[in-house]
Design a binder for this molecule. Structure first.
Ligand SMILES: *Cc1c(COP(=O)(O)O)cnc(C)c1O
Length: 361
């Protein structure tokens, strides 16, 4: 069973070494005679877990002291609501940069709370999909914040240029982007990410917020979504998802062992290049996203002959390559190759794609 590679988009694979460590200490964690799931989140032992998790995340992402890290629940979709409820203040307008499925979903949810502006940045030229750069975004001057998504998990689209707007709060849905490359936190008012893509198990959501933006939640904002309450209670206003928190902490330590974000970033480029090369060198696979906007996390591709889709999935499965089916709204295939996917898995997929093309092309 060791030789399977799991390309699931999320919940996604977790580093094998992390799973082994969790398995080893599952029944007797920290010599307490029970698992980490079975102790109070208020114990000093668990306090150490969350302290280290935050320190390691701060190290990895170079998070300045002027930012607070919150560990929330409710997933990224919970944040689709929490963000307008916390950041609108007295304003009734926010700019939503629309690049694909998830940023559009955030836009739709925000309409419950404000008069949000939908700014489409996804364009097509000569049959090539590309995204407008931040300097080309048609931002309004009366918006409370700008929301965007640097990696569209379903569409396989990425925006690598970090938005730089003076006196504007930039909010980013980093669910499938966080920790995949280095970023300059100072450019953002808030970034958030569900853990189940590039961190750990589902159930925990990371929110990194500039401290001066905390404390403006609307009256009706549920307490569990109020950043000020979460801040004051150190992310423990209600019982946190302790196991997911612990496991995310193990992943942060694993990332540091791998050499940190700079190293991971190089590897991620290498991994995705391998697949895009196979696609571009063939007349069998297609990806019509402009090179500068291709996702390094979610490589989406189609077979020219979609009648072969089913066979591709069956045979890849036999090869030990799992969960390559694309999201149903896009179709085709999607290889999610987050940090936890070793380059050997990507090489094996590249090899399989060449083999399959030879056989059926
Ligand atoms: C998966 C995903 C979401 C949804 O996350 P949930 O935790 O299920 O709410 C939102 N945004 C992006 C970019 C995603 O990849």
């Amino acid at each position: 069973m060791n030789s399977i590679y799991n390309f699931s988009a999320g919940p996604a694979m977790i580093p094998k070494d992390v799973l082994k460590k969790a398995q080893k200490e599952l029944k007797n964690w920290n010599n307490l005679g029970c698992s980490v799931m079975e102790i109070s989140h208020r114990t000093k032992e668990f306090h150490q877990v969350i302290k280290e998790a935050e320190e390691d995340l701060r190290d990895l992402l170079n998070i300045p002291d002027t930012y607070k890290v919150l560990f929330c629940q409710g997933g990224a979709r919970g944040q689709f609501s929490a963000i307008p409820m916390n950041l609108l203040g007295n304003l009734s307008r926010a700019d939503y940069i629309n690049s694909g499925y998830w940023s559009n979903s955030a836009f739709l949810e925000s309409k419950k709370y404000c008069n949000s502006k939908n700014i489409l940045i996804r364009k097509t030229k000569n049959n090539n999909i590309y995204l407008l750069k931040p300097s080309e975004w048609n931002i309004s001057n009366i918006s409370a914040y700008i929301h965007y998504c640097p990696n569209e998990t379903i569409d396989g689209l990425s925006l690598y240029e970090e938005p730089s707007f003076q006196n504007k709060i930039v909010v980013g849905d980093f669910s499938s982007f966080i920790l995949s490359r280095s970023i300059n936190i100072n450019k953002y008012g808030l970034i958030y990410a569900g853990a189940q893509k590039n961190i750990g198990p589902s159930g925990i959501t990371i929110v990194i917020i500039r401290k001066d933006l905390i404390g403006y939640a609307s009256k009706l904002c549920p307490s569990v979504f109020d950043y000020n309450i979460m801040h004051q209670y150190n992310s423990m206003f209600n019982t946190p998802p302790t196991f997911a928190w612990y496991l995310s902490g193990l992943v942060f330590k694993w990332l540091k062992q791998q050499g940190g974000i700079k190293k991971i970033e190089q590897l991620n480029k290498k991994k995705s290049d391998l697949l895009y090369q196979v696609i571009d060198n063939s007349h069998f696979y297609i990806n019509n996203i402009d090179k500068k906007n291709r996702s390094q996390m979610n490589v989406v591709f189609h077979l020219f002959n979609s009648e072969l889709d089913k066979i591709f999935l069956q045979e890849s499965n036999k090869f030990g390559l799992y969960a390559l089916k694309g999201h149903f709204i896009v179709g085709g295939m999607r290889a999610s190759i987050y940090n936890a996917m070793p380059i050997e898995g990507v090489k094996k997929l590249a090899k399989f794609m060449l083999f399959f093309e030879k056989k059926y092309g």
